[in-house]
Design a protein around this ligand. Structure first.
Ligand code: GUN
Length: 283
């Protein structure tokens, strides 16, 4: 059996088209969704990520502002900028790109963002809303994984989902979102004994560890849906995920590739969240 490929680029394109249509509709009511992105310092990967976020906004018709600061920006100055953006009516979403320089307390900065504008879903109020099933912003990468799972037509209700990884930004929110969708959820992590015994039970596996070949073909039940959040390099320097794609695709029912799977969804869900932050003003 060869798995069907979940095409993240295609799912992202479809969602971005819908965002563009809803953005155009909102503009007729006098509201242009606006995203502010703050980048502190010169981290090369962060520069690439924020560039993609701003470009995606432009393509979908959203307003975006990129604020760039030197690495020696003080924490107080950054907090003051966030507070100004909290008050700015043209801005519906605020994203402070991580990592921040070591002298800035990232937690304090994230908590200073108004929860109504926390389109990254990193604020404790957003995490609490996810946990309690109340309205709030779902963090973009796990939310994108939910959209990819839904694109297969699978109903998650009653399915056994195994999440490998327990990070605050992916593993933990992923597990809560799957629970919200009525899956039965197991979270595995670095201290889990006999990972394979867990993954072999799974109808859905989400690998979010950051280590290649974490999930191999012998660990997958035939027909399972496999979502690979990893972004690693193999010995040849080629981008790869946490899943041994070449062999797992011979066992799984559906699988995401790396690149072209989860990657395009993170920015897409940021657009969705920013649009919804603006739509809530007229709801
Ligand atoms: N750094 C890497 N990914 C992200 C993200 O999704 N949001 C923010 N704010 N910083 C990041």
């Amino acid at each position: 059996m060869t798995a069907q490929i979940i095409d993240g680029n295609a799912v992202a394109k479809q969602l971005r088209t819908e965002v563009a249509q809803r953005t155009a509709a909102l503009k007729t009511k006098g509201i242009t969704p606006g995203l502010a992105v703050i980048l502190v310092g010169e981290d090369p990967a962060s520069k690439v990520y924020v560039g993609k976020k701003v470009q995606a906004c432009e393509e979908a018709g959203l307003h975006s502002v990129l604020e760039r600061y030197e690495a020696d920006l003080t924490e107080a100055a950054l907090l003051a900028r966030v507070e100004a953006l909290n008050q700015d009516p043209s801005i519906h979403g605020i994203l402070v790109q991580l990592p921040l320089p070591a002298h800035i307390d990232a937690h304090k900065v994230i908590e200073s963002i108004s929860p109504a504008k926390d389109v990254d879903g990193f604020h404790v109020a957003s995490a609490g809303a996810l946990m309690t099933g109340t309205p709030g912003f779902w963090s973009c990468t796990p939310y994108g994984c939910i959209k990819l799972l839904e694109s297969t037509g699978m109903d998650l209700r009653g399915k056994h989902a195994v999440v490998i990884g327990r990070s605050n930004n992916v593993g933990k929110p992923m597990a809560l979102m799957l629970l919200q969708k009525n899956a039965t959820v197991t979270i595995c992590h670095s201290a889990t004994q006999n990972l394979k015994a867990h993954t072999l039970q799974a109808d859905v596996i989400v690998a979010a560890v950051g280590r290649r070949d974490t999930l191999t073909a012998d660990m997958v039940k035939p027909g399972a849906v496999v979502i690979d959040v990893g972004m690693n390099r193999n010995d040849q320097g080629k981008l790869c995920g946490d899943v041994d794609f070449a062999n797992v695709k011979e066992v799984a029912g559906w699988i995401t590739p790396v690149p072209g799977g989860v990657g395009p969804m993170t920015v897409t869900m940021l657009l969705v969240n920013t649009l919804e932050a603006a739509e809530r003003l007229v709801a």
